[in-house]
Design a protein around this ligand. Structure first.
Ligand SMILES: NC(=O)c1ccc[n+]([C@@H]2O[C@H](COP(=O)([O-])OP(=O)(O)OC[C@H]3O[C@@H](n4cnc5c(N)ncnc54)[C@H](OP(=O)(O)O)[C@@H]3O)[C@@H](O)[C@H]2O)c1
Length: 389
């Protein structure tokens, strides 16, 4: 505790014990009615503070990122160009690994990728016999269309030898547990928080030497703005996003994209509640469209930013996939109208004020030109009348 309340300091990466430290600091700040500051050099933890603020509305939290870590330096002020539609032919048949491949999203993706002729290696903690009958039938249908190998394995620990050369990976293994931060035990948070990031590290380390070229990490929009009860889940997804950024720098030949989804409807961990959430106004991801988007993101021939938040304007499977702005205030636009909405979001409103997309004083603007979107991310005060260069 100091004059500014409670300060907790972490390092450049999330370590064992950090969850306990931050959780204790949150409790102490909430109980003592004092502000909480998290200082780190890349470890993360912002999502947990946001979840705590949702739970204790009077709690004041602040994150200070010491600027020694490349991922946290201000983004360069330059235009990023993203194609709205995949250019040219889809990627040719290849070997694709899906961690969490027997989960709701994994199976939806396997069906799409299998139909396109890719060989599939599904890695999951669940045994096939543990699947609901309908999912067993789904899996059998995929296996009739292409070669499918299933391995029961906990990918946080080790990855078995691949049954064929694997050039692409979808990391969808993850778990959802909902707990108020008031009640979550430090031990549980210590286990939940780093698991998804550890699994990504293990998978990339195992597959990179064998020719891995493209990775799509299934993250969650909760990592940006967690709802109450989602603190542990949000932190796991923040940490996997940060891990992907580290691995991107380490493995220059591997294209890593973190796709942070809102809820998928009908399938997966949110399937039962997605209908109600959509009715309440949440953007939900129809599985057909989500699988299509994931397939496009996996194709290293398509130009996309490293981190995407996928949700926003309601997508539907019959509209073509369009584009994507970068980290702060991302959105997905799939047709003329949703592109207009994306651009409108980024335009200054009356009197020269503009909408701040995301925190940290950044604004994302988009200029749409034919089949491409160019985005510009910069500090909020920098609203010049720029054109894509
Ligand atoms: N569904 C959504 O709306 C949504 C939205 C945003 C992000 N996501 C992300 O997308 C991914 C897939 O979600 P989903 O809805 O398909 O979830 P799901 O139906 O629960 O499937 C996830 C699968 O991953 C397995 N798994 C978890 N940890 C593992 C590990 N260490 N090693 C091997 N397998 C492991 C699970 O096995 P167990 O049953 O043993 O746990 C489960 O079979 C998750 O990472 C999730 O965070 C989902």
């Amino acid at each position: 505790m100091d004059d500014d309340g409670i300060v907790v300091e972490l390092g450049a990466r999330w370590r064992a014990g950090d969850a306990t430290l931050v959780l204790e600091a949150i409790h102490a700040a909430a109980d003592g009615g004092v502000p909480l500051t998290l200082v780190h050099r890349g470890a993360g933890g912002r999502s947990l503070l946001l979840a705590a603020s949702a739970e204790w509305p009077r709690l004041t939290c602040r994150e200070v990122v010491r600027d020694t870590h490349a991922a946290f330096r201000p983004r360069p002020e330059r235009w990023a160009h993203h194609r709205l539609l995949p250019a040219g032919r889809p990627m040719g048949p290849t070997g694709i690994a899906i961690s969490g491949g027997l989960g709701g999203l994994g199976l939806a993706l396997a069906a799409r990728l299998g139909a396109a002729g890719h060989r599939l290696w599904l890695l999951d903690r669940r045994p096939v016999s543990g699947l609901a009958l309908a999912d067993q039938h789904r899996l059998a249908a995929v296996a009739r269309a292409t070669r499918v190998v299933v391995h029961q394995s906990d990918v946080t620990k080790a990855v078995p030898d691949s049954p064929f050369p694997v050039t692409a990976l979808v990391h969808a293994a993850g778990e959802l547990e909902l707990h108020p931060l008031r009640d979550i035990g430090a031990g549980r948070l210590e286990r939940l928080a780093p698991a998804k990031a550890a699994a990504l590290r293990t998978l990339v380390r195992a597959l990179a030497p064998g020719g891995l070229r493209s990775v799509v990490v299934f993250g969650s929009a909760e990592s940006r703005r967690p709802h109450p009860l989602f603190g542990g889940y949000a932190l796991a997804n923040e940490l996997v996003r940060l891990e992907a950024a580290r691995l991107r720098r380490k493995h220059r030949g591997v294209r890593l994209v973190t796709a942070e989804w809102s809820l998928w409807s009908d399938v997966g961990m949110a399937g039962p509640s997605a209908g109600a959430a959509a009715a309440a106004g949440f953007a939900t991801v129809p599985p057909d469209w989500g699988a299509q988007a994931a397939e496009l993101l996996l194709d290293a021939g398509n130009s996309v930013p490293g981190e995407l938040v996928l949700g926003g304007p309601q997508p539907t499977p019959d509209r073509p996939l369009a584009a994507i702005a970068g980290v702060a205030g991302s959105s997905v636009a799939r047709d003329g109208r949703s592109v207009d909405r994306l651009v409108a979001l980024c335009r200054p409103v009356r009197g020269g004020r503009h909408r701040v997309a995301g925190g940290r004083g950044t604004v994302v603007r988009a200029v749409v030109d034919g089949r491409a979107v160019a985005t510009w991310t910069s500090p909020v005060h920098d609203w010049a009348d720029r054109r894509p260069g």
